[in-house]
Ligand binder design. Structure first.
Ligand code: ADP
Length: 490
């Protein structure tokens, strides 16, 4: 029998010195009102809620909770701005405003990144290198389309904006999701009422300041904060012409039912449970990095996370061993430390959900592996977790966990893995790792998923459409495809 390799020792030899990002330059107000008509105003509801830092469990600010009457005010402001200013403005002028937002975001990139990490728990390396630059890139990209809509939809001379877009976003990429929603809506000539998620409102409120500083006409973008009831008030408001939602499949279904028969347009970007498929001919070390990035990026709070790993049998033991070694090296802790790989779980509720599902995985017979690292005593944390001995029927294989938990299955043939990968209610994304181009084409064309990455994972670009099949939603965001839900083509 082959000798079992000795586990690698990463801890006793060396470690990184702390490299915390400074928060001195960050300006946060004690409390934030609702952003309507370019002003922060007191909510008519009179209610506020706290937003916290999930890595420290400390309060960051009080946030206004918009009630029905507040949503009504925001929708009326957006309608008036659409009718009086935005609709009739030359498209090239609209484009200039969007460019201006993009540039100010770049100027304030550091502050935005720090706030994103403080409020959401994600590592500063990610907010600095991905969330913020990509959010600015979306504004730049869609600014370019504003005066070229006739080229975006050739043969459709009657391209017309819709009116007021109601947009509801989640907590995993707060600023980036705001950009995904606001930029195409404005470029297509609509005005906006946006609601950030209740746990992560701060960068959207900073975006509100940027919009005000960019001198957008009052009412073109309104940002109202609150939880599910505020979101529902937007969805059900008769003055909304289009709903754009990113969030859970559960809430997506509620919204779809509420909108049936209303004539409002909608796009839904919902959950996922992506298959990340490693063939025996893949470059294994590169694939292991891709697996780690696929599931542990942003603590696994990613709808397109590669949360189901499929490894071809001949390399399964090797991949699992390398994966275990690799997750021993991941640094978990202060999101503001530039060395951190895995930050805090976004909220206590989400941590509870992850723990519940992991327990179910163990109760159903799965073998759970976690590295030995210690966790900070305050805040919400979860170790990167691998599950083997799971089957297609396991709940942790079928359900979205939205945390740093990877289930691992093996396969023998291409047909088998395609069948297993598609045998799931979701269809948002997938990954294929192989040396053979023909295999990439075969597998990616047969995976029922909106985005499939080959020999890489979690690559995003404003020019590229994103969206799902089945319970992962409907409609596409990003690229040219992302403009069409915001226009009428008749
Ligand atoms: P998650 O489970 O990831 O928290 P949710 O779907 O609950 O995702 O939340 C995504 C966004 O949808 C948040 O901004 C939340 O406030 C909002 N939301 C929650 N419930 C509703 C609802 N019934 N109608 C509209 N928006 C909602």
């Amino acid at each position: 029998m082959a000798k079992k390799p000795k586990p690698l020792d990463f801890h006793s030899k060396w470690s990184y010195a702390p490299a915390p990002e400074s928060t001195d330059h960050v300006e946060l107000k004690k409390s934030y009102g609702l952003f309507i008509n370019n002003e922060f105003t007191e909510p008519l509801s009179g209610k506020y809620f706290e937003t916290i830092n999930p890595a420290r469990e400390t309060k960051l600010a009080d946030i206004a909770e918009a009630g029905q009457a507040d949503v009504d005010r925001a929708v009326k402001a957006a309608r008036k701005a659409y009718d009086d200013v935005w609709y009739g403005m030359p498209a090239s002028e609209r484009g200039k405003y969007i460019y201006r937002i993009a540039r100010i975001m770049q100027e304030r990139a550091r502050e935005l990144a720090v706030i994103e990490s403080m409020n959401g728990g994600k590592p500063i390396r990610e907010s600095r290198d991905l969330d913020v630059p990509l959010a600015a890139a979306h504004f730049f990209y869609y600014a370019g389309w504003a005066d070229k809509l006739q080229f975006a939809f050739p043969g459709k001379p009657g391209v017309k904006s819709l009116g007021v877009a109601g947009q509801i976003i989640p907590w995993n990429f707060p600023l980036l999701m705001a950009a995904w929603k606001v930029a195409p809506a404005l470029a297509a000539g609509n005005t906006v009422v946006l609601k950030p998620a209740e746990t992560t409102p701060l960068t959207a409120l900073k975006l509100a300041e940027i919009i005000r500083d960019a001198d957008l006409p009052p009412g073109v973008v309104n940002i109202v904060t609150g939880a599910g009831a505020t979101g529902a008030a937007i969805v059900n408001h008769s003055g909304i012409d289009k709903v754009a939602f990113t969030g859970s499949t559960e809430v997506g279904k509620i919204i779809q039912k509420a909108l049936a028969g209303t004539g409002k347009k909608y796009t839904l970007e919902l959950g996922g449970k992506a298959a990340n498929i490693i063939f025996a001919d893949a470059t294994i070390d590169q694939a292991v990095e891709g697996i780690v990035n696929g599931i542990f990026f942003n603590q696994g709070h990613v709808c397109c996370a590669g949360s189901r790993l499929f490894v071809q049998e001949p390399v399964a033991d090797l991949v699992i061993r390398k994966l275990k070694d690799r997750i021993e090296t991941l640094i978990i802790g202060d999101p503001l430390d530039k060395n951190t790989d895995i930050g805090a779980i976004n909220s206590k509720d989400q941590l509870g959900k992850i723990k519940r599902l992991v327990k179910i995985g163990i109760d159903e017979g799965g073998t759970c592996y976690q590295p030995s690292c210690s966790l900070p005593s305050k805040g919400f944390w979860y170790r990167p977790t691998l599950f083997t001995d799971v089957t297609q029927a396991s709940r942790i294989v079928q359900e979205e966990i939205f945390g740093p938990v990877l289930s691992i299955q093996t396969f023998r043939t291409v047909e088998e893995v395609i069948e297993k990968a598609n045998n799931i209610p979701y269809g948002l994304s997938g990954g294929v790792w192989t040396d053979k181009g023909s295999k990439i084409f075969k597998v990616s064309s047969q995976l029922r998923a909106g985005v499939v990455w080959a020999n890489t994972y979690n690559k995003f670009d404003p020019t590229s459409p994103f969206g799902g099949y089945k319970e992962s939603g409907m409609g596409r965001e990003g690229g040219l495809h992302g403009l069409s839900p915001y226009v009428n083509l008749n």
